[in-house]
Design a protein around this ligand. Sequence first.
Ligand SMILES: [Zn+2]
Length: 387
Amino acid sequence: MITERLYYDDAYLTEFEGEVIEIRSNGWAALNRSAFYPTSGGQPFDTGTWTIGGRDLCVTDVEVEDGVVWHKLDGPVSVGEKVHGKIDWDRRFDHMQQHAGDHMLAGAVWQMFGGVTIGLHLGKEDSTIDMTLPDGRTHLTPDEIAALEDTVNRRVQQDDPIRCWFPAPEELETLPARKKPTVKEHVRMVAMGDYEMVPCGGTHPSTTGQIGPVKILSCTPSRGNMRLCFVAGMRAVRLLRQAYQCAGDMAAAVSADFDGAPEALKREREAALTQRKDLKDRLTLAALEMLKAGKEGDLYAAHLLFADHDTLLKAASELTKEPQAIVLLSCPKGEGRMLVFARGKDAAPDMAQLLRAAGARGGGKPDMAQGSTPDGEAMKKAIELLK
Ligand SMILES: [Zn+2]
């Protein structure tokens, strides 16, 4: 016995009566008739409840196998029990909007650019369609994406009828479908306005207007094909709300209006980068001045409280231009200190060896080593070792 799939005739049916015809030990049960949509054709399953004699069970997954619709339940049932089923309509209608949005995009890309759909995925956040384009193209231009989005949303706003039916084999052969059916019998067709017709077993709204806004989020190459990412319906409304809020917050943060925000943000970033570079240059100058003032013979050594790692490297690189110079520097790093030991090209001591001999963690080359130490002892010890 196969399951009568009630959603084929009426995608708006949310409650129904059925009977358990088969059970499996792992919590799955089949009905003689069901409005629950099983995962198939890129559209995820419905969730909802079964009520059996006043007892409610949750349906957490739905699959189809050889024409039998199986429901995963959170409690036991028996063959022959009468079931009142109820699907989660918000989830289903969201899926209908995304799924029908996918049809609209796929049909329009086929007509406008000759793209052929090879796969689709309806995700929790957004959905994707993988397509092959003629001449090996792997993306559309921004102008083409805008034209595609306009076409699809215009068709949505026309509120054209969406029709699903099982044509007789003779009729099937004459239909101008975007894709040919893989089987000859029991083929279910869906037609939207006069611009989209394909075999499909999914659930669709009765008119295109119910799909709501369709927004393309990205168009990227994917394994030699093109991947369109999109949202439709309430997802598009929520995304617009979120994006508008985010753009408004960003504009306010840089004291600009919407249109001026990107330019203002760019200016602020450039100013901040210039300021940071300027500060780093001044820190290096201050470090050099201090080190030169405290120079003993060829040794420059100091713990620079105000410096960071970058300042130490810059100061060391400047001072080791003197061939005999030995430069031992440290700065704060977390609870401990960061060390940079360097020497000029004619100075003798091996800096990596010195760093380790002083008890610091780290390493490097004979002319330049870096490491860290929990306190000032390593620095003191290195100076003593040199003397
Ligand atoms: Zn469909």
